[in-house]
Design a protein around this ligand. Structure first.
Ligand SMILES: Nc1nc2c(ncn2[C@@H]2O[C@H](COP(=O)(O)OP(=O)(O)OP(=O)(O)O)[C@@H](O)[C@H]2O)c(=O)[nH]1
Ligand SMILES: [Zn+2]
Length: 382
């Protein structure tokens, strides 16, 4: 036991000697520079206590910690000084960040992160989860951007531009009347959601204007496909509590035709919120459908959720999709694709088509298949 301990101490000393110079020289390990070799030794000791790995491994483990971004003028920096937050608005040089503790900061982005992004564009976007270092009460430096999920992007000159990141839910808002419900449009939004890997929820608003029984067939189709469908009335407050629950703790994007009641629903969830949304839109009526400025709006209340206000999301469309890919993105058509005689079957006029057979005997809803045909014929096979 004693022998083992002495050996460990020797290792610690020689490790310290071997690496002191390097520690001093290296920017990456600047944190150890300050904490001096003592903190390095302590870290190694802790690793030893936990009994994991040999010294080489300990060095690696410690090195990763040391490599965590440190501020040059605050050499005492530690990971604990990094503050978690989310990007509310990305402006390039100044990005509005909501810290997890509720404070708001204007943050710039560390150069090394910028150089990792293509063309320097979109290093951070609204919705990004980040870690930053405060430089004053109101400013900071973004040091780390977490990997993204649920990305909404738009295409411009053949390039993909991310406009919202970490979208937990996509609410596809439609209305039961005024404007009349358009299932083909819902299908398109669902396809976009599938393509982007988003989690869609279909909302049928203005249910006060129709007999709810008349909506049963359409509800049935989407529910049988595994999609969540929610009937609401912003006017009467129907299912608004349920909507609030849906938004809780999540970053949500809303899409849907103009006039279906997206702003009214948000206003029902949080009075006043939709006002700011429409004010933003009015400021920029002309660029409304083209602007890329995306904003994440925090809802009031602890962990109440965040809603994207991004004009491009409201009408967001499929991008970069081929006719051959569409059936694979429709959960009702997908299982039958493998039953077609031709591997490149588009399920339109080909013989021995598994999809058409399934439509013929009612295993696929004929209206959904109609949506599929229209999408291909009107948009993709021109
Ligand atoms: N009867 C009824 N009318 C509603 C309901 N929700 C919204 N409306 C009305 O529908 C109209 C359009 O509502 P908005 O909330 O502006 O619709 P929007 O989807 O945000 O429209 P854009 O901002 O153009 O995208 C308004 O006149 C609302 O009062 C509802 O549940 N029932
Ligand atoms: Zn086929």
């Amino acid at each position: 036991m004693a022998k083992k301990k002495r050996k460990s101490n020797q290792s610690r000393v020689s490790f310290r000697k071997r690496h002191q110079g390097r520690v001093r020289d290296s920017d990456l390990t600047r944190q150890f520079h300050v904490g001096d070799a003592e903190s390095l030794a302590d870290a190694v000791k802790n690793e030893r206590v936990s009994g994991k790995g040999d010294l080489t491994r300990k060095r690696t483990v410690v090195g990763v910690q040391a490599g965590a971004p440190a501020s040059a003028d605050d050499p005492q920096s530690h990971d604990s000084l990094l503050i978690g937050g989310r990007v509310l608005r990305a402006h390039g040089l100044r990005n509005t960040v909501l810290a997890d503790d509720g404070r708001t900061f204007e943050c710039s982005i560390r150069q090394v992160l910028k150089s990792l992004s293509i063309d320097g564009r979109g290093t951070v976007v609204a919705g990004d989860r980040i870690q930053f270092r405060a430089e004053s009460e109101t400013t900071g430096m973004i040091e780390f951007v977490a990997p993204r999920h649920g990305i909404i992007s738009r295409q411009s000159r053949g390039q993909q531009h991310i406009i919202a990141a970490n979208v937990d839910h996509l609410l596809i808002v439609t209305s039961a009347a005024e404007p009349t419900i358009k299932p083909a449009l819902i299908d398109r939004f669902l396809l976009s959601a599938e393509q982007c890997g988003l989690n869609p929820v279909v909302i049928i608003n203005k249910c006060d204007l129709v007999d709810p029984a008349s909506l049963q067939p359409i509800l049935g189709v989407y529910a049988s496909l595994g999609y969540r469908v929610l009937l609401t009335s912003a006017d009467r407050g129907t299912n608004i509590d349920y909507l609030k629950e849906l938004l809780r703790g999540k970053q949500t994007a809303l899409s849907g035709q103009s006039g279906v009641g997206k702003s009214s629903l948000l206003n029902a969830v949080e009075p006043g919120l939709a006002l700011s949304v429409s004010e933003v839109s009015k400021d920029n009526q002309k660029g409304r459908h083209t602007t890329t400025t995306s904003t994440l709006i925090p809802l009031q209340g602890e962990n109440a959720g965040w809603v994207f206000d991004t004009p491009g999301i409201r009408q967001f469309q499929l991008w970069d999709i081929t006719a051959e890919e569409v059936a694979g993105l429709m959960p009702d058509l997908r299982p039958h694709v493998g039953e077609c005689r031709y591997a490149n079957c588009l399920h339109l006029s080909e013989d021995d088509c598994g999809v058409k057979n399934a439509v013929a005997d009612g295993r696929i809803d004929a209206r959904r298949y109609d949506s599929y045909c229209h999408l291909l014929e009107d948009d993709l096979l021109l």
